[in-house]
Design a protein around this ligand. Sequence first.
Ligand code: FAS
Ligand code: PHB
Length: 404
Amino acid sequence: MPSLKTRVAIVGAGPAGLLLGWALGASGIDSVIVERRPVDYILARVRAGVLEQGSVETLTELGLGGRLAAEGLVHRGIYLQFAGERHHVDFADLVGRTVTVYGQQAVVRDLITAHEGAGSRIFYSADDVAVHDIATTPRVSFTHDGQPHEIEADFIVGADGFHGVCRPAIPADALTAYERGYPYAWLGILADVAPSTDELIYCLHEDGFAMHSMRSPTVSRLYLQVNPDEKIEDWSDERIWDALHARLGIDGWRLNEGPVTEKSITPMRSFVVSSMNHGRLFLAGDAGHIVPPTGAKGLNSAIADVTLLADAFARYYAGDEAPLAGYSDAVLSRQWRIQQFSQWMTRMLHRHPGDAGEHRFDYFSQLGELDYTTGSVHAMRSLAEQYTGLPLSRHSLSRQEHAA
Ligand code: FAS
Ligand code: PHB
C-alpha cells in the first residue's frame, strides 16, 4: 500500500481544508488534503456569497486576493426591509468597516488554482476515507484510483463539513453537540440578470423572508423562505419570481427578472460541537459548527477557524504548544457569539409558522424589533459590528468607555 508521511493530514477540500493547506504551506508546514468528491463537483458548488473584512484581509495576506480585489463587490452596508419600507444600514459610517460580495465558488476556484500552481498534494475522488489512532499516531486511509493509500501524520484536521467522517471519529463521551432546528428553509436561485439593488436586501414580509443578493454586476442571487419539506421541483421559475416580487416589491422599485441558472433548497440548523479537538485530531469549519445563512457567517467562520489553526500549528512547530492546546476554547468562545448573531438575524427576519391570523404576536413583535434596530444608531452599530466580522478574540471587542 502506498504510504505518505506529512505534518498535517487534512480531510476535506472545501474552503476550510483548501485554505488551511494553503496557509500551512505559507508557514513551511507540509500537508496533504484528501477529498471524496471530484474537483469539478467542488468547483460547481454555489453556497455562500459575503466575505467579512477580516476574511478579505486573510485571503489577501496569503496572496489569494488578486481576483478578489478585481471582481469582489465592496459593500458599505445592507438594507433591512419591512412593512413596505427599505432602510439602509451603513456599516462604513457606523463602524468603519465594509463587506465584500465574492461567492464561495470564486474563493474555492482561487484556492484550487493556487494549489495547482504550487503542486500541492490533494487527492480528489478519494473513496473509503477513514481516520485512525487520532489520539496517538494519526493515520488517514483511503482508496484512490482503485489503490489503497495511507497517510501517517503528526496531526489530522477534519475540514470535512457537517456530514464528514472526522467528527464521528471522536469518542461519543468526549463530545457534546448543541443543536437547534428551524421550521423553515431557504430556496435559493442564481439568475443571469443584473442585480436590482446596489447592496443586499434582507426583507421580512407577511408571506415570509426574502433576500436579494448578487454574485457580479450581471448575476443575481436571491432567496425565499419556504417550508422545510418543500421540493424544488414544485417551484417553477414563474412561481419563484412571483413570490420574490410579492415579498421584495416596494413603491418606485422594480425587481429585474432573468434566466434562472441554478435553484436549490437548503435546510437550516444551528449546530456547535464541543470540543473541536480530540488528541491529535482538530475540527475546522462546518465539521464543528453550522449556522443558518441569515448572518452570512458560515464561510467566514470557516476562514476564522483556519486563521487560528494555521497560526497555532506554526507556533507549535516553532516550540510554543499553547495556541494549539487552546484552539478549541478560542474557536468556541467566538463561535457562540456568531451563533447568537445568526440566530437573532434569523428569528427577526423569518415568519414563524403558526404565528398567523389576527393573533400574529411574533410578526408584530418582529416589526417592532426591526423598527427599533433601524431607528437606533446603537442598535445599527451593534448589527454592523457583528455583520462585518467580530475579532478573532474577545479581548479585541470594541469597548467604548461610557461617558462619565
Ligand atoms: P464544506 O462542507 O464546504 O467542505 C467540506 C468538504 O469535505 C467537501 O468538499 C466534502 O466533499 C468533503 N468531505 C465530506 N466528507 C468527506 C470524507 N469522508 N472524506 C473526504 N472529504 C469529505 N454560508 C453562508 O455564509 N452563506 C450562505 O448563503 C450559505 N449557503 C449554503 C448553502 C448550502 C447548500 C450549504 C450546504 C451551505 C451553505 N453555507 C452558506 C455554509 C457554507 O458556506 C459553509 O459554511 C462552508 O462551505 C464551510 O466550509 P467547510 O468547512 O470547508 O465545509
Ligand atoms: C449569498 O449571497 O449567497 C448570501 C449573502 C448573505 C447571506 C446569505 C447568503 O446572509
